[in-house]
Design a protein around this ligand. Structure first.
Ligand SMILES: C[S@@+](CC[C@H](N)C(=O)[O-])C[C@H]1O[C@@H](n2cnc3c(N)ncnc32)[C@H](O)[C@@H]1O
Length: 254
């Protein structure tokens, strides 16, 4: 078994590891599990309503350009694994380990990434970002999209990310921003613009705030770089503009 997987073994469903205790994320996990039972004929058509595929495809190119030859990358909360669907062409030297709290999401990832999973270029791990089962300094890069925003105990997940990253490793994390304009539109229509906490007893969401930046700074002992993308893409307003793969407006948005 690959060294970076440590003690983890691959189960009969092709997924490594197991989570038995979901702690304060139990409710969120149950909700995501029920959503994961839906069968999709076109994954990207569903994804483009929640994420700008065009923007994220460009972001992952930037991220991969900073990973050394033969590097191993960890995706925290990788879900369906769609960010890595072109990695076998763009960077066949790289191995990706996708961790997710919901095993059923990883079964979808197996469908999306097919050969990459069979060929052991992508490994799927059922695990919790707050207690990763990897050795210290295992990964060259950690990538995470709209996941740590759902973890109530961000300090624990951030400490784990720091622990499993190599000294020169990079950590890129994308989350929802507290967007002033959209917040005003919500106010105009008397709708609640959720900033931090559990939404209607269903799942936890914390939009980017100063405390997140402070935790990263204190954990990594360096100043994080904060940037913005996806300005046109506003699913919050029911307007997933330019979200499609290769969309002209999406590339402009990047
Ligand atoms: C909004 S989805 C984003 C999925 C994916 N990163 C993407 O860009 O499509 C959040 C994902 O994080 C996972 N997740 C939430 N909490 C987690 C945790 N503590 N550890 C690992 N994964 C977690 C969820 O199961 C879900 O698949």
């Amino acid at each position: 078994m690959e060294k970076f997987l440590g003690e983890l073994t691959i189960g009969s469903d092709g997924i490594c590891g197991d989570v038995n205790d979901y702690g304060e994320q139990e409710e969120g996990k149950n909700l995501r599990q029920s959503i994961a039972s839906i069968v999709y004929s076109d994954y990207l058509d569903e994804i483009r309503t929640h994420h700008s595929i065009a923007v994220m495809d460009r972001e992952i190119e930037k991220f991969l350009s900073q990973i050394p030859n033969g590097g191993v990358v960890l995706d925290i909360g990788g879900c369906w694994g769609w960010h890595w669907r072109k990695t076998n062409i763009q960077r066949p030297d790289i191995t990706v380990v996708i961790v997710d709290l919901v095993r059923e999401n990883l079964l979808h990832a197996k469908e999306v990434l097919k050969e990459q999973v069979t060929n052991k270029k992508v490994f799927l791990v059922h695990g919790n970002a707050c207690s990763l089962e990897f050795e210290d300094k295992t990964f060259d890069g950690v990538w995470s999209v709209q996941t740590t925003q759902h973890i109530p105990d961000f300090s624990s997940s951030c400490a784990e990310i720091y622990r499993v990253l190599k000294k020169k490793g990079i950590y890129w994390d994308y989350g929802l921003n507290n967007a002033t304009l959209i917040r005003l539109v919500y106010k105009l229509f008397r709708k609640t613009y959720h900033l931090d906490g559990v939404i209607d007893g269903r799942f936890f969401l914390r939009r980017m705030n100063d405390s997140v930046v402070r935790i990263v700074k204190e954990t990594f002992h360096s100043e994080p770089v904060v940037g913005y993308s996806e300005i046109l893409f506003t699913p919050d307003l029911g307007l997933p503009i330019g979200g499609k793969e290769n969309a002209f407006l999406g590339n402009f948005d990047f």
